[in-house]
Design a protein around this ligand. Structure first.
Ligand SMILES: *[C@@H]1O[C@H](CO)[C@@H](O)[C@H](O)[C@H]1NC(C)=O
Length: 212
């Protein structure tokens, strides 16, 4: 029991330490957030950015069809014609970190929306972000090589590790309460048995506290 509690505390501390930073960036007039690799640091970031791991992760993303599933067909209320959603509709969508980071170019590049995963270069585009030149309209490439995609994966990991940590903390509290009750119960039983102030009681109650 003691070791389970220590292991759980260890995991919670580790999970919070490696996912310490990295919230999404809020953009003007966009409902979705964008994610930047520079907001992350440490062990988990190095793992995800490692070329060997990244080639595996990005091929998983490709195989999972995360981006091709993003397309939305909407009906024009006036004509009843089905078409892909407009840029304005797309900008008001909530996107997952991976959809935002991997399936579209960063907004700051100035690409012009065609559909969710097809963007034309704009005139006089800023290329201060290397991700701008990494973007490809090839539906197998998209932004899978972008740093924003790595950041999107890190943001996703962060969310799921945090969720697991919350569950762990709840389990931890239950375990500690159960453990404390068990110790208290044992102690009061010794007292009832008339062992009060005896050497045995002292060592037993101490050992319980020490174990804890
Ligand atoms: C966007 O258009 C391209 C070319 O027509 C198509 O291959 C792609 O699947 C479309 N993207 C989505 C998300 O539907």
């Amino acid at each position: 029991m003691f070791f389970v509690i220590v292991a759980l505390i260890g995991f919670v501390v580790f999970a919070f330490a490696v996912t310490d930073r990295g919230r999404g960036q809020v953009l003007v007039d966009r409902a979705f957030l964008e994610y930047q690799l520079g907001d992350y640091y440490g062990w988990l970031k190095n793992r995800v950015s490692n070329p060997v791991y990244w080639s595996r992760i990005s091929s998983c993303l490709r195989d999972a069809h995360v981006c091709s599933g993003m397309g939305r067909i909407v009906q024009d209320p006036a004509t009843g014609v089905l078409a892909t959603e407009s840029a304005d509709m797309f900008y008001q969508r909530q996107l997952s970190p991976i959809e935002s980071g991997c399936c579209k170019p960063p907004m700051s590049c100035g690409y012009i929306y065609v559909n969710e995963t097809l963007w034309n270069p704009g005139v006089g585009m800023a290329v201060n972000d290397v991700d701008c030149s990494r973007w490809s309209n090839d539906q197998q490439q998209l932004c899978y090589r972008c740093d924003s995609c790595k950041a999107g994966v890190l943001a996703t990991l962060r969310r799921s590790w945090r969720k697991v940590s919350v569950i762990n903390i709840v389990i931890l509290i239950v375990l500690v309460v159960v453990y404390a009750f068990a110790c208290g119960f044992r102690k009061s039983k010794w007292m009832d048995n008339g062992e009060a102030y005896g050497q045995a009681r002292m060592t037993k109650s101490r050992s319980c506290r020490f174990q804890f």
